[in-house]
Design a protein around this ligand. Structure first.
Ligand SMILES: N[C@@H](CCC(=O)N[C@@H](CS)C(=O)NCC(=O)O)C(=O)O
Length: 223
């Protein structure tokens, strides 16, 4: 039995969605973020030393890192579904987006989340200074990188219906988190119609909805 160590409002929602798309049986072990810090509870460190979610137990295997989990599950149980054939151009695009999501798209989104929090939550006495530093980092580095990434993603989705090509793939599941996070808190809006249409299409998929039912509330609020 596959067990998904699932933290509320987190990337592990993608794994539930993938498992629903593949029609596999699985168990959810739920964990709750600390309401103040948004961090995962210490129990997750007993499952994997980094104590982050998602982590999947699959028989003797314990695997963390969403991209690796998605690739493993699609290769082991997909029987050709949700992953383009080895040797095809789409396979390379698939690999690219599987890695881009966490390697390039998420870091500036996480930095924005942190700097936005510093601006509103630092102690009153130092808040003006904290705000000035955060604004400088946001303006000089974070926001231009988010903008460039979103422009690139929008242009790529103009080439085909999905990130890796004409067929829906697990790369779209992996990319859903940064696209959802950008829509929630980084200004992605109707000015980028391809990305907005992508969100609409994935949200309408029965497996996406089923995964939400099983995983519980999901607001893309945390990282
Ligand atoms: N690159 C990792 C990131 C894992 C990660 O940061 N997970 C977040 C949830 S979305 C987490 O566990 N945050 C709580 C914490 O850091 O304590 C992946 O894709 O699995």
């Amino acid at each position: 039995m596959i067990i998904v160590h699932h933290l509320n409002n987190s990337r592990s929602q993608r794994i539930l969605w993938l498992l629903e798309e593949l029609g596999l049986e699985y168990q959810i072990k739920p964990y709750q973020r600390d309401a103040q810090t948004m961090l995962a509870p210490p129990e997750l460190k007993a499952v994997h030393p980094l104590g982050k979610s998602p982590v999947v137990s699959d028989g003797d295997l314990t695997l963390a890192e969403s991209g690796a989990i998605i690739e493993h599950l699609a290769d082991r149980y997909g029987a050709g579904r949700l992953a383009p054939a080895f040797g095809s151009v789409e396979r390379v695009r698939y690999l690219y987006w599987l890695h881009f999501a966490e390697g390039s798209a998420q870091p500036p989104l996480l930095l924005k989340l942190l700097f936005d929090r510093i601006k509103t939550k630092s102690p009153m006495l130092v808040r003006p200074i904290a705000r000035a530093i955060a604004d400088q980092a946001l303006k000089g580095y974070v926001l231009p990188n988010i903008e460039r990434n979103l422009n690139f993603m929008e242009a790529e989705l103009g080439k085909d219906d999905w990130f890796a090509g004409p067929q829906f793939s697990a790369a779209d599941i992996q990319m859903s988190f940064p696209v959802e996070a950008a829509a929630m808190r980084a200004g992605l809006d109707a000015s980028r119609p391809k990305l907005m249409a992508f969100l609409k299409k994935i949200h309408a998929r029965p497996a996406y909805r089923k995964a939400l039912e099983r995983g519980g509330p999901y607001s893309f609020a945390g990282d």
